[in-house]
Design a protein around this ligand. Sequence first.
Ligand SMILES: Nc1ncnc2c1ncn2[C@@H]1O[C@H](COP(=O)(O)OP(=O)(O)O)[C@@H](O)[C@H]1O
Ligand SMILES: Cc1ncc(COP(=O)(O)O)c(N)n1
Length: 507
Amino acid sequence: MRAMQQQQESAQVRVPHVLTVAGSDSGAGAGIQADLKACAARGVYCSTVITAVTAQNTAGVQGVNILPEEFVREQLKSVLSDMHPDVVKTGMLPSPGIIKVLCQSLKEFQVRALVVDPVMVSTSGDVLAGPSVLDTLREELLPLADIVTPNIREASALLCGARLETVADMHFAAKKIYDLGCRNVLVKGGDLPNCSDAVDVLFDGKELFEFRAARIITDNTHGTGCTLASAIAAELARGSPLFSAVKRAKQYVESALYYSKDILIGEGHQGPFDHLLKLKNNALNQCVPRPFDPNSLLLYAVTDSNMNKKWGRSISDAVQAAIEGGATIVQLREKDANTGDFLEAAKTCIEICHSRGVPLLINDRIDVALACDADGVHIGQSDIPAHVARMLLGPDKIIGVSCKTPAQAEKAWVDGADYIGCGGVYPTNTKQNNITVGLDGLKTVCLSSKLPVVAIGGIGISNAKPVMDLGVPNLKGVAVVSALFDRESVLAETQHLLSVITDSRRQ
Ligand SMILES: Nc1ncnc2c1ncn2[C@@H]1O[C@H](COP(=O)(O)OP(=O)(O)O)[C@@H](O)[C@H]1O
Ligand SMILES: Cc1ncc(COP(=O)(O)O)c(N)n1
């Protein structure tokens, strides 16, 4: 809410904008749908002019319906005359007439750059634009292009069937296609036979450059070409020079392919890929309760590196024992660990927690929480503000805020937190100079808080009962440090504490 208010107060911002002129892919792996996702992933607005509608899936193209030229012209006029995109990217242009209409529109409405992906045949081998388009493409569109991005087969078609089998052949092709009048040529080597790298060759009229990435072993390569061209267009729209636009776009395709390599969508061979780098992770994380379940605050275990050191345990051993004992949520609080070690430990702890459906939060360190994809963070009053944490972490992560007063609890709610930690309830050694609010202070905060509350500060087996007995419905549990981790057996202490708090609950 705060973020929205701030935006309303600030001046309007013009966002980078790519217009894609391409075909629709019903399977959403390639074409218009890939372009939209790639631009969204790169933070660029994407408008769409559709040239053809294809019936397509992971097995191939079952049908193509080409739109009338005049309707393509109408779409182009609607977008170009009003929305003024920075860059136009083209994909499937299925007829010479549609290419001519596009060239006329581009002459009427100037854009900053034109990226031409000369789509002819899909990964599955189906024809999307036949040889009849070649002359118009060569003679009318390529001379307007800032960059043209043929794959091996398309480069060969543009060069009247030249055989292209090696990286040296790609160098030759890039130079020859450049002579057709475009400013830059990128010959893509995703389909180059017998090549362990995915090599693309750029020719800018003076020099040849090779962009290399390790070849990712996967069948989910449907849409890589559309995505690369859209990502180049997006980078150009954001103001990158052409060379860095190509470099970043290729890195993006490589990451998206890496994330896609194991996902399963469809029964055919060419699966689509994961533009937002999230599909597989989201599918696997289903075991973690979403949205945040306030009942998970019941037995909230907070680790402490000094206590672990004292008892000779690793963080992950401590977490494992707490979870086996019945902890319902875990927070890693590593005030003096080095960041690299902290991150590694956090990754191990996440595996342990998620195997038992227990959420894992990171104290204070948003960077570590993001890097290990933790379930959320817990922040104090002098840490990063909760509304900033919410903007950085997005809508799904759990955010907890330490609060001592009703005013702080109200602010945590406004700022988008999910729960508050209230204390210290009792005096404690784990926090120097911490003001104790006592049971009365805790009750006052709970009664005013719109968020669920977990009590913290000096709570253990001997004094957890009066906390749980306060009888306010939004007090969901107790958070504990020493009572679990400054003990010989974390497992036994956690079991014991769990029985105390569940007994109080029952009464
Ligand atoms: N298996 C792969 N591993 C890594 N990069 C790849 C792989 N396959 C394709 N690429 C890259 O994806 C982009 C699109 O290339 P390509 O698949 O040849 O285009 P198209 O989809 O038009 O046939 C290029 O940058 C290429 O190097
Ligand atoms: C509508 C449309 N546009 C482009 C492609 C090429 O993509 P790919 O070469 O990855 O199959 C496609 N299959 N469908």
